[in-house]
Design a protein around this ligand. Structure first.
Ligand SMILES: *[C@@H]1O[C@H](CO)[C@@H](O)[C@H](O)[C@H]1NC(C)=O
Ligand SMILES: *[C@@H]1O[C@H](CO)[C@@H](O)[C@H](O)[C@H]1NC(C)=O
Length: 263
C-alpha cells in the first residue's frame, strides 16, 4: 500500500481516455451524442437525486461513520484519516465492496496506511509505537486526501473532541511527523554536500566503490540508524582536507589515499 499505487489508478484513467480518442471518426460522432446525453442525465441526477448531493462538513461519531462503508449503494462512501473525514465515492471501485481500499471505508484506519495490516486490530486509528517517519507518511496521506477528495468533517475520538478541537494525540502525531520530516530534510541537505561514491558489482570481480573526485569513506546515516536500530552507512567522497573529520571510516584493506576500494 503506497502512494505510487494511488498514482497508478490515475494512470489507468488516462489510458482509458486515450483509447477512446483512437476509435473511428463515425463512432466518435455518435459517441459524442451519447456523451452529451450522459452529461445531461448526470446533471439532472445530481440536481434532483438527494442522496447524490455532497455531504456538508460536520462532526461525525464512529457509529455514524460506520454506515458509510460502501455496502449501501444509496450512501456516499466516507473514510477517516487522523480524524479528518473524506468523501471517496468517486472511487467506488476501489473503496466499495471488493475494492482494494474497501478496508478504509466507514472508519478511521490511519495505522493501516503504513502498516498494510488490514486484519482485525490492524484497522485502528492508533499510531502508537510507530516512528516519526511513519507518522509523517500518514500525514502525507491525509494531505493527499485533502487534495483529491471532498473533506466532510471531523471524527470524534482519538484525534478530535466533541467540539471538533484537535486532541493531544493529533498534536503529538503532527509534532513527531514534522520533526521527522525536518530530520530527513536536514540529512538530505547534509548528504548533498558530499557526493555518493560510484559503485559496481560483478560475480567475477566482486564489489568496488570509487570516487571521480575525492576519496571513498564510509559514513553513518544517523536517521536511518535511529529508525532501524542497526547501523546504516553510505559511501561518500571526501576531499583530502576533509579526511580528518570525525566519523569517517576507511574501507578495510584500502589505502588512506586510494580513489577506489574493493568491497
Ligand atoms: C456498513 O454499513 C451498513 C449500512 O450502510 C451497516 O448496516 C453495516 O452495519 C455497516 N458495517 C459495519 C461493519 O459497520
Ligand atoms: C496485524 O495486526 C494484528 C493486531 O495488532 C496482529 O495480531 C497481526 O499479527 C498483524 N498481522 C501482520 C501480518 O502484521
Amino acid at each position: 500500500m503506497d502512494r505510487t499505487r494511488l498514482v497508478r489508478e490515475d494512470d489507468d484513467e488516462v489510458e482509458v481516455m486515450e483509447q477512446r480518442t483512437n476509435w473511428p471518426p463515425t463512432l466518435n460522432r455518435s459517441l459524442f451524442g451519447l456523451s452529451f446525453l450522459v452529461v445531461i442525465a448526470s446533471v439532472l441526477l445530481l440536481r434532483f437525486w438527494p442522496i447524490w448531493r455532497p455531504v456538508q462538513p460536520k462532526i461525525w461519531t464512529v457509529e455514524e461513520l460506520a454506515y458509510y462503508n460502501g455496502t449501501d449503494d444509496k450512501l456516499p462512501i466516507l473514510l477517516g484519516i487522523l480524524g479528518s473525514v473524506f468523501d471517496v465515492t468517486k472511487r467506488k471501485t476501489h473503496y466499495g465492496p471488493g475494492g482494494g481500499y474497501h478496508h478504509f471505508a466507514g472508519r478511521d484506519a490511519s495505522r493501516a496506511f503504513v502498516s498494510g495490516n488490514f486484519s482485525g486490530d490492524g484497522l485502528t486509528d492508533s499510531l502508537q509505537g510507530l516512528s516519526g517517519v511513519e507518522m509523517n507518511s500518514v500525514v502525507g496521506w491525509r494531505k493527499l486526501y485533502f487534495e483529491k477528495y471532498i473533506y466532510v468533517g471531523k471524527l470524534v475520538g482519538r484525534y478530535y473532541d466533541k467540539e471538533g478541537n484537535p486532541t493531544k494525540h493529533l498534536k503529538g502525531v503532527e509534532a513527531k511527523a514534522k520533526r521527522a520530516a525536518q530530520l530527513q530534510e536536514k540529512q538530505k541537505t547534509e548528504e548533498a554536500k558530499t557526493p555518493s561514491c560510484n559503485s559496481k558489482w560483478s560475480q567475477q570481480e566482486g564489489g568496488e566503490v570509487w570516487c571521480d573526485a575525492g576519496y571513498p569513506r564510509l559514513v553513518q546515516r544517523p536517521l536511518e540508524t535511529a529508525l532501524s536500530g542497526e547501523v546504516r552507512r553510505r559511501c561518500a567522497c571526501f576531499r583530502e582536507e576533509e579526511l580528518g573529520r570525525p566519523g569517517l571510516e576507511v574501507y578495510k584493506g584500502c589505502d588512506y589515499l586510494s580513489k577506489s576500494c574493493k568491497v
